[in-house]
Design a binder for this molecule. Structure first.
Ligand SMILES: NC(=O)c1ccc[n+]([C@@H]2O[C@H](COP(=O)([O-])OP(=O)(O)OC[C@H]3O[C@@H](n4cnc5c(N)ncnc54)[C@H](O)[C@@H]3O)[C@@H](O)[C@H]2O)c1
Length: 282
């Protein structure tokens, strides 16, 4: 295990998708540790709500509208954050959206939107923040939110799974590269299973220009909503476990240990060259 990141007070955390769910919970957890915060989201109302909740911790975050799928937006946000705080220590690339439906009916808009937010959002965060974090020479950590969907192949979620598998390997590559460079920056990939957040209503953030939705999404929507709503861990639980992982220097942060059996089955299927097992209960 790598060295963890423990000295939070006065350090700077950037959190994308901080207007709801896990991002908001990460903001509260960071603020309770005395961190200075930059919060990014497309949802300004959500960000203002988060700002209100943070007031209890005396935190005065930099709050900014930023569409993580847009490289220019993220670069401008990074410029503003470095101008305000001088450096960034914890970078949470967390914003994400979910789409459902059969692979063969996924629309080009489904792909562009999901890859744009879930994958390019993480890539843009890395591109715009990490070079200056390396140059500053201080210890830091990049925490990318993937999902257990980054290790599994869930029927009806091929687009989502493809983006999250990509975030896992991007995070692994990033970790190796930072180690080669001798940078004092660690990496974690946060892989929760279902938790009650706004993710089942991700469509609320779909841009009008990418409006064509998979016509079979409805077949899977109810199951996704039920699974999300019945998630036993809250966003706050996930944030707490994430900070334990950050302190411990853990790369893979799997918040829901029971799901490891399904991951093991997939890994074994690959190594044994077996037909993949569908591990999703019906
Ligand atoms: N809740 C779960 O069950 C679960 C499980 C595994 C992984 N995740 C992942 O956790 C992350 C956070 O999701 P959540 O569950 O808190 O959902 P959420 O919908 O509550 O929060 C997602 C946030 O991302 C923001 N967002 C959406 N598009 C954006 C964009 N283009 N630019 C910037 N911000 C944008 C939304 O406005 C929202 O505030 C996502 O990456 C999601 O895939 C969630």
């Amino acid at each position: 295990m790598e060295e963890g990141f423990r000295n939070f007070a006065g350090r700077v955390a950037v959190i994308t998708g901080a207007g709801s769910g896990i991002g908001r919970a990460l903001a509260l957890a960071a603020a309770s540790r005395g961190m200075r915060l930059a919060l990014l989201d497309v949802d300004m109302n959500g960000l203002e709500e988060t700002r209100g909740l943070l007031a209890a911790h005396g935190a005065q975050p930099l709050v900014r509208r930023c569409d993580v799928s847009k490289a220019d937006d993220v670069q401008a946000a990074a410029d503003a954050v470095f101008a305000e705080f001088g450096n960034v220590h914890l970078l949470f690339n967390n914003a994400g959206v979910a789409v459902g439906g059969y692979s063969w009916l996924a629309t080009a808009d489904d792909w562009q939107w999901s890859l744009g937010v879930n994958l390019m959002g993480v890539a843009n965060g890395i591109r715009s923040f990490v070079p200056r974090m390396i140059a500053a020479g201080e210890e830091g950590r990049v925490v990318n939110t993937a999902s257990v969907a980054g290790f599994l192949s869930v029927p009806g979620s091929s687009v989502y799974c493809a983006t999250k598998h990509a975030v896992v390997t991007l995070s692994e590559c990033l970790r190796h590269e930072l180690a080669i460079e001798g940078a004092r920056i660690g990496v974690s990939v946060l892989c929760p299973a279902f938790a009650p957040t706004g993710i089942a209503d991700a469509e609320r953030n779909r841009p009008a220009g990418l409006g064509a939705k998979n016509p079979s999404a409805g077949l899977f929507d109810t199951r996704l909503r039920k699974a999300v709503e019945s998630g036993r861990l809250t966003a706050d639980d996930i944030a707490r476990i994430t900070f334990v992982g950050i302190e411990a220097g853990r790369f893979y942060i799997l918040t829901h240990p029971k799901i490891k059996a399904a991951i093991a089955t997939r890994m074994e299927d690959i190594l044994e060259e077996r037909t993949p097992t569908d591990t999703v209960p019906r």
